[in-house]
Design a protein around this ligand. Structure first.
Ligand SMILES: *Cc1c(COP(=O)(O)O)cnc(C)c1O
Length: 396
């Protein structure tokens, strides 16, 4: 039945499990463990745990299971495993599938902690990593080898919003038998179904749009039942990266409004991009929904909208960027994204501060670059706030 529902219906109802009280809102099962009626029942459950049976919250919990089933239904995935954070999801997906001697190809433009897992942790255990320009299919083609076990990329890169050709990369990876692992955070589970484009494993930081109200850290890995239950789950449940039931409950409530929020945020992002694209203080407005974005056609073919994020580059470098941030009254200066509150970030001095200057240059993280996460405020107020801050440049 769930399969035939449309997105908003799935987001409200999929995965619901009701207790004997038939509560309307999903119950939070804040319990670490579960009681068995008899010793025989305990023994049986440790041999094989059935659909509605649980052993220990690190292995699974009814509230967490509701979250996993709801997001799996949304994504059209066979199964999902919820994790303590987005990074626990990235780490779990990669470490559980790789071993010494394996080769991984990854896009270079990555969240800093993802790069740390690839280069520092996997590297330490003898996994070889090749970094490529994620938007260049020829580089992917040249980098994969018969021993390549996984390719890793962000569907839309942070903070420069480059769009990866998921189908093209998947074809290249599958030709050598490698799994395609996509961090789909910037694309959102609403606008891009990367599984349908050929990806094998999808990862979300649920801290971002899925919560969308700045309350909790969480993550999720989606894929085939075989991958989730035979490869990922044993690693996660024994190493302790599972999601807490309280977090799962917050995120279930977040899923109910996810489509409404993402649509509104994307409309605002588009309006902001249109309003700013010819502003004289800017050298760039980067938004995948704008026709002049270098990957616009690809973005339009993979995504329903241009997304909820944009980036702008002010002409005056770091000083001008700081002046803009400090002049804003509605936007908050922070480093989360996907939130109800519109957030402004200066990547070069915060999220990407630790990258060497030449890396920043390769990735386009210039001193004047500003990342914008559109929230749920009235878009006219956001446009006025940013326009006012930009108009003030050079006047102080
Ligand atoms: C935030 C983020 C992560 C990490 O998620 P946490 O929930 O903070 O652990 C990974 N990838 C991307 C693209 C992100 O934006």
């Amino acid at each position: 039945m769930t399969k035939d529902w449309n997105t908003r219906t799935k987001l409200v109802h999929a995965g619901t499990r009701r207790s004997q009280y038939n509560e309307v809102s999903e119950a939070i099962f804040l319990t670490q463990g579960f009681v068995y009626d008899t010793a025989e029942q305990a023994e049986a459950r440790f041999i094989e745990t059935g659909e509605d049976e649980f052993i220990y919250a690190r292995y699974g919990n009814p509230t967490v299971r509701m979250f996993e089933e709801r997001i799996a239904a949304l994504e059209g995935a066979e199964d999902a495993f919820a994790t303590a954070s987005g990074m626990a999801a990235v780490n779990g997906a990669l470490v559980s599938m790789l071993k010494t001697g394996d080769h991984v190809v990854s896009a270079r433009a990555l969240f800093g902690s993802c790069l740390y897992i690839l280069e520092e942790i996997l590297g330490r255990y003898g996994v070889e990593i090749t970094l490529v320009d994620g938007t260049n299919l020829d580089e992917w083609k040249a980098a994969v080898r018969p021993d390549t076990k996984a390719v890793f990329l962000e569907a839309i890169s942070n903070p420069t919003l480059e769009v990866a050709d998921i189908r093209g990369i998947s074809d290249i990876a599958h030709a050598v038998g490698a799994l395609v692992v996509v961090d789909n955070v910037f694309a959102t589970p609403i606008f891009q179904k990367s599984l349908n484009l050929g990806a094998d494993v999808i990862i979300y930081s649920a801290t971002k749009h899925i919560d969308g109200q700045g309350r909790v850290l969480g993550g999720v890995v989606l894929g085939t039942k075989d991958f989730i239950r035979s490869t990922l789950e044993p690693y996660m449940k024994h190493t302790g990266g599972s999601m807490s039931p309280f977090t799962a409950w917050v995120l279930l409530k977040g899923l109910e409004t996810l489509d409404l929020r993402c649509q509104a945020q994307a409309n605002t992002a588009r309006a902001l991009a249109d309003a700013l694209k010819d502003h004289p203080a800017l050298s760039k407005v980067i938004y995948p929904g704008l026709p002049d974005h270098p990957n616009h056609a690809l973005a339009a073919s993979q995504m329903d909208t241009g997304g909820t994020m944009l980036a702008i580059e002010v002409k005056g470098g770091r000083d001008a960027a700081f002046q803009v941030l400090n002049a804003l009254e509605v936007f908050i200066i922070s480093n989360n994204l996907g939130d109800a509150k519109s957030i402004i970030t200066h990547p070069a001095t915060t999220t990407h501060q630790r990258l060497p200057d030449e890396q920043k240059e390769i990735l386009g993280i210039s001193p004047g670059l500003i990342r914008i996460s559109c929230g749920l405020e009235d878009s006219a107020d956001l446009i006025a706030d940013l326009t006012n801050a930009l108009d003030g440049l050079g006047q102080s």
